[in-house]
Design a protein around this ligand. Structure first.
Ligand SMILES: C[S@@+](CC[C@H](N)C(=O)[O-])C[C@H]1O[C@@H](n2cnc3c(N)ncnc32)[C@H](O)[C@@H]1O
Length: 359
């Protein structure tokens, strides 16, 4: 794999800050247990800046309320919940959902916890900033005129907000998820409005060709100028124009053929300019295949399909992009499991931290 690195060594130095012994949030009969509210210093600063609420007691009440509202929302019951894995709940209400998700991605990506448990009782609200390719994103924002950034499968939008706080131009950023309600919940959580935080959000299904048209990968700049983000109704007009795409906990929602098709569609959005990057983190395995070690299938009757670093790199460097035209970095992180499911002692779980950069 020319130009690609795939290792199973930890990148502990980069990710150390995410390794926190935060216990799993537990819902008891629908009520949230606030003992799990334990924002770290940088997260607290982030929330204060986003919400404008400086009083920590008031901030906590605001976050707990937003969390409660998120659980009551249609996107929780209709969109996110079907992904939950079937693990022993041991009378813990919906907590098994979080256990399952956290097991997959903890500590890099506790943000399922964030997203639904409202971001709030867990440290990964700033997850994007822990990823090695984050600095490439920020550099693109500073150095490439008009560089566009897309956060796809953004959920509440915490990652795009973090990138903007760190300097990515807000008017060049956009976010997308299945339903507008995700973005609305994000406004609720972060105490903003479409006027105070006017970043473009596009609701739509990334697997729907009417929303994201699959097409050839751009090897030279698109003939047409990039459209104004404000005019967009689908992602397709952005094909070939996006400088950076963040996609975390996204690809692993789908089986292998769908991951391939989705990779191709997302790659079609990427600008051919060298340095353009797609990156994220999601469930992985040392050998590609179904994550049967999770103990039981999810609510849809499936086991998660996981790539290994080598298969993920081979997919992007050779199958999606012409071989040798991208640098793929893919690293497995051994993640701590913190669940109550029927899993054999000694079972290991992994997250794949990755980026694909055009050469
Ligand atoms: C597991 S969450 C990841 C959220 C965020 N990227 C993060 O890492 O915190 C997956 C997100 O993908 C969204 N999603 C699932 N299927 C999708 C699709 N076909 N098109 C667009 N978004 C989708 C879900 O609604 C959900 O918000």
């Amino acid at each position: 794999m020319a130009g690609s690195t795939t290792t199973t060594t930890t990148i502990a130095a980069v990710l150390e800050t995410t390794k926190k012994e935060t216990p799993v949030n537990v819902l008891e009969g629908g009520a949230l247990d606030e003992q799990y509210y334990n924002l770290q210093e940088d997260e607290l600063a982030f929330f204060k800046a986003q919400t404008g609420i400086q009083n920590e007691g008031e901030l906590k009440r605001h976050i707990m309320k937003a969390q409660e509202d998120a659980y009551k929302s249609d996107v929780w019951s209709g969109v996110l919940r079907p992904y939950e894995a079937h693990f022993s709940t041991k009378g813990k209400g919906m907590s098994h959902h979080f256990d399952a998700m956290l097991t997959t991605l903890d500590p890099v990506c506790r943000s399922i916890h964030i997203r639904v448990s409202a971001a709030l009782l867990s440290p990964s609200i700033l997850k994007i900033s822990r990823l090695p390719a984050y600095k490439q994103l920020l550099e693109l924002g500073q150095k490439r005129a008009g560089a566009m950034f897309l956060d796809i499968g953004c959920c509440f939008g915490n990652d795009v907000r973090k990138a903007i706080v760190d300097g990515f131009p807000a008017h060049q950023a956009l976010a997308s998820d299945l339903k507008a309600e995700f973005w609305d919940l994000g406004h609720h959580l972060f105490n903003s409005t479409p006027s105070s935080f006017p970043v473009k959000f596009l609701p739509g299904d990334a697997l729907d060709a009417a929303f994201l048209e699959p097409g050839p990968i751009f090897t030279s700049p698109p003939a047409e100028a990039a459209p104004a983000l404000t005019t967009l109704e689908t992602l397709s007009p952005l094909r070939g124009h996006v400088s950076a795409i963040h996609a975390s906990s996204f690809f692993h929602l789908f089986d292998e053929p769908t991951q391939t098709a989705l990779s191709r569609a997302v790659a079609g959005l990427l600008s051919p300019e060298p340095g353009s990057v797609i990156f994220g983190v999601h469930g992985g395995r040392p050998e590609k295949g179904l994550r049967i070690e999770q103990g039981a299938p999810n609510a849809r009757g499936n086991y998660m399909f996981c790539h290994c670093p080598e298969s993920w790199a081979a997919l992007w460097d050779g199958e999606i992009f012409p071989k040798g035209t991208v640098r793929v970095e893919a690293t497995l992180i051994n993640v701590k499991r913190d669940m109550r499911g029927p899993v054999l002692p000694g079972t290991q779980f992994w997250a794949l931290v990755w980026s694909v950069t055009r050469l």
